[in-house]
Ligand binder design. Structure first.
Ligand code: HEC
Ligand code: HEC
Length: 347
């Protein structure tokens, strides 16, 4: 029975480490962040509220310290955070008031041209190649504007409406771009009618184009989602995919080099990737990468693709693990039987 007691102690100690100490240390090192949220209006207002609460707590701490300079700085931070919350609330209230179900794809095709989208974006699927080659586009914008053949399928509908009306708010890049330093994609200012109805028409058009693309190409592959949503900035060298934009213009535009994503799944894990793509600023405040605005299905595809390239042996490893456990279990039974036999002969 001595062995059983030792075994029980080992199990309890391992359990305490595994379920107690490790998760505790993890919460201290990586404070909990809310899961990826595909309702972007809720995501942005919740995050802005959380940010304001943080700044208010910091102000309380500053007040308790009595240091005037830190109180002034913290008061300013609270004002800024309140303004961000007010701006995002007003912005999403406007977007949520757009009735996307009323969008008219036929009218949207004309509005898309009238809005100037074709000046920068191609839609290969609709027989509209990009107006500029990659080199000229990189030099003009810093980044190659993506082809929009799949946009209606991979982006969230409300995100698209938000992006069309105010790109920097939708992409969460207001800390980087402003009137003096404008974002390369211009906001849609309306084509003469009701701007919200026109926005709904453009979204309906993009959705129709993507549905037609799917009809002729069967399915939008994981690689295609990567190509349209990420490859204007990122390489995946392990799969011989290289960024469309010229690296020098891109680095100047972004202010940092987008990393190669080949091994990203190993260093960051899929949960982080989901949260980061979904809301970059929440995970890496101040980062140059825009929020991408993919819907859940497309985001799952892109993470699955990154997983496939970076961790080809995952499925193999997991199934081998199971066999190894079965092997040890059977080995354990034999070892125990052998021990019993040896001892029975001794007594
Ligand atoms: C003056 C050029 C320009 C015009 C006009 C323009 N865009 Fe863009 N658009 C860009 C650039 C550049 C990017 C990439 C920006 C980046 O990744 O930082 C972009 C990105 C996008 C994206 C991808 C956003 C994401 O989340 O990754 C979509 C979708 C899009 N544009 C749709 C449109 C639509 C619809 C219109 C017309 C209403 C339009 N654009 C007008 C330049 C333009
Ligand atoms: C407009 C350019 C652009 C696009 C589009 C873009 N990224 Fe990025 N990405 C960047 C930049 C720049 C960085 C480096 C950020 C920094 O240093 O703050 C980055 C960083 C990252 C990181 C590393 C994050 C970290 O914590 O270090 C991951 C992962 C990533 N991107 C994934 C993606 C995926 C997946 C997509 C497509 C769904 C995508 N990116 C689209 C520009 C982009």
């Amino acid at each position: 029975m001595k062995e059983l007691k030792i075994f029980a102690i080992v199990v309890i100690l391992s359990g305490v480490l595994y379920w107690g100490i490790e998760p505790y240390a993890h919460t201290k090192l990586h404070p909990h962040t809310a899961n990826a949220e595909y309702n972007f209006s809720k995501e942005d207002t919740d995050y802005a509220k959380h940010f304001l609460e943080q700044k208010k707590t910091a102000l309380e701490t500053a007040k308790a310290s009595g240091n005037k300079a830190s109180i002034d700085a913290a008061t300013k931070d609270v004002e800024v955070a309140q303004k961000i919350l007010d701006d995002y609330t007003a912005f999403w209230n406007d977007i949520n008031s757009i009735d996307l179900t009323k969008g008219d794809a036929t009218k949207g095709a004309d509005t898309f041209v009238a809005a100037g989208c074709t000046g920068c974006h191609g839609i290969e699927a609709a027989g509209m190649p990009a107006g500029m080659d990659a080199e000229t586009a990189s030099q003009s914008f810093g980044v190659v504007p993506p082809d929009l053949s799949t946009a209606g399928k991979i982006y969230d509908d409300k995100f698209l409406a938000a992006l069309i009306k105010n790109p920097t708010m939708a992409l969460k890049l207001t800390h980087k771009f402003n009137d003096e330093h404008p974002f390369p994609m211009t906001a849609f200012m309306g084509a003469g009618g009701d701007i919200n109805a026109e926005t709904a028409d453009i979204v309906a058009y993009l959705k129709k184009v993507s549905a037609d693309y799917e009809k002729t190409n069967n399915k939008i592959t994981e690689e295609k989602v990567f190509a349209d949503a990420c490859q204007r900035c990122h390489d995946i060298k392990y799969d011989k995919k290289y960024a469309f934009s010229n690296k020098v213009s891109l680095a100047a535009y972004m202010g940092s080099n987008p990393p190669d994503l080949s091994m990203m799944i190993r260093s960051k894990g899929d949960e982080y990737l989901h949260k980061f793509i979904n809301d970059t600023q929440k995970m890496l405040p101040g980062t140059a990468m825009p929020r991408v605005g993919l819907n859940k299905a497309a985001e799952d595809d892109v993470v699955a693709y990154i997983q496939k390239v970076g961790d080809k042996k995952k499925a193999e490893r997991e199934s081998t693990g199971l066999y190894v456990m079965i092997y040890f279990f059977i080995l354990g039974i034999f070892a125990w039987l052998w021990k019993r036999k040896v001892w029975s002969e001794l007594h």
